[in-house]
Design a protein around this ligand. Structure first.
Ligand code: ATP
Ligand code: MG
Length: 309
């Protein structure tokens, strides 16, 4: 892939350990994303997903490595990168319109009031909140609040949307509806998205590629699974696609067992032994040789191993 819109280049993160020294949360993470791509990252609790997202948001620096977005390395937070957290984090004293307009005004300080209002309204409409503009967060359901968070993030027309388990606090019905809307909006607007989820079905429904991380500490990016389903997929019949259960089982197998044993598996491979416990064709280029772990190597590997997934 030639369009490296986002390039995560060998980042690692260490935090001071309680007994002195430091703990490495994850190491040598390489990943590139194209403009308009939707990438989901999956891994067990504590492997460092939120830390990766915070680095992408510019909220904290990596201990090693760098992240380049649109040819500029990340030096701190920017309105080019909008974050949607698990909890919506709305300003409680402002209305729906007020919350979204506040974000618009912080990006375009000198925008005329009527234009500002129009920009906010456009995204309130896009997330299906037309008619609720005057309501305050306390008057909204959890799903509606999360929609305001999405409208607010989209309204500043960010280069990337970073989402940290944005739907996990919602009931199944609302979650499904919001997934549909986010998918529709991203397709319509060509939005680039990096999203954390624990939900395998959500990842397969939304993502173009799914990044699998091993357990922490010292987590690594183990695989990048290219979604074999057609881009034009529908929630109702996504599970009928002949490759759906293959890819789903592959990700679940990874989470259940290989996320723990991956390091050993790779050591065995390096010693030239066939992996004894997985039966999977592993993308070596995606795992332990990070400098080769480019978008292209991973993509071509998945093309070969996709049917085994
Ligand atoms: N500021 C910090 N200081 C020290 N350790 C931290 C800090 N922030 C995160 N950690 C540690 O880094 C590890 C990864 O945390 P992170 O929140 O990124 O995990 P996660 O994969 O998002 O987990 P979850 O799925 O539970 O949200 C954890 O062990 C956590 O305790
Ligand atoms: Mg997290």
């Amino acid at each position: 892939m030639t369009d490296k819109f986002i390039s995560i280049e060998g980042i690692s993160k260490r935090f001071p350990a309680s007994g002195g020294g430091s703990t490495t949360v994850f190491e040598e993470l390489w990943l590139s994303m194209a403009r308009g791509e939707f990438v989901c990252i999956i891994g067990h609790s504590g492997c460092g997903k939120t830390t990766v997202l915070n680095i992408l948001a510019g909220l904290e620096p990596p201990s090693d490595g760098t992240v380049i977005v649109d040819n500029q390395s990340i030096e701190g937070p920017s309105l080019d990168r909008a974050v949607i957290f698990q909890s919506h984090a709305l300003l409680p004293w402002l209305t729906v319109m007020g919350n979204v307009a506040y974000a618009v005004a912080s990006k375009w300080r000198f925008m005329r009031k009527d234009n500002l209002h129009r920009q906010a309204q456009k995204f309130i409409d896009l997330v299906g909140l037309t008619g609720a503009e005057h309501k305050r967060p306390a008057e909204l359901s959890g799903g509606m609040r999360q929609r305001v968070g999405i409208a607010r993030a989209l309204s500043i027309e960010p280069k990337i949307m970073l989402m940290d388990e944005p739907f996990s606090a919602l009931d199944a019905l609302t979650r499904g509806t919001l997934q549909d809307e986010v998918r529709r909006i991203c397709l319509e607007t060509g939005q680039t998205v990096f999203m954390i989820t624990h939900d395998v079905d959500e990842a397969i429904y939304l993502a173009d590629r799914v990044v699998l991380m091993t357990n922490g500490p010292n987590a690594v990016l183990a695989e990048i699974v290219e979604n074999p389903l057609p881009k034009e997929r529908q929630r109702d019949d996504v599970h009928r696609h002949p490759l759906y259960y293959g890819v789903r089982n592959h990700i679940i197998d990874f989470l259940v067992s290989r996320s723990r044993s991956f390091a050993e598996e790779m050591k065995g491979r390096r010693r030239g032994r066939a992996s004894s416990n997985s039966g999977h064709e592993l993308p070596q280029s995606c795992a332990q040789t990070p400098k080769e772990n480019s978008h292209d190597t991973c993509r071509s590997h998945r093309k070969n191993s996709r049917h085994q997934a």
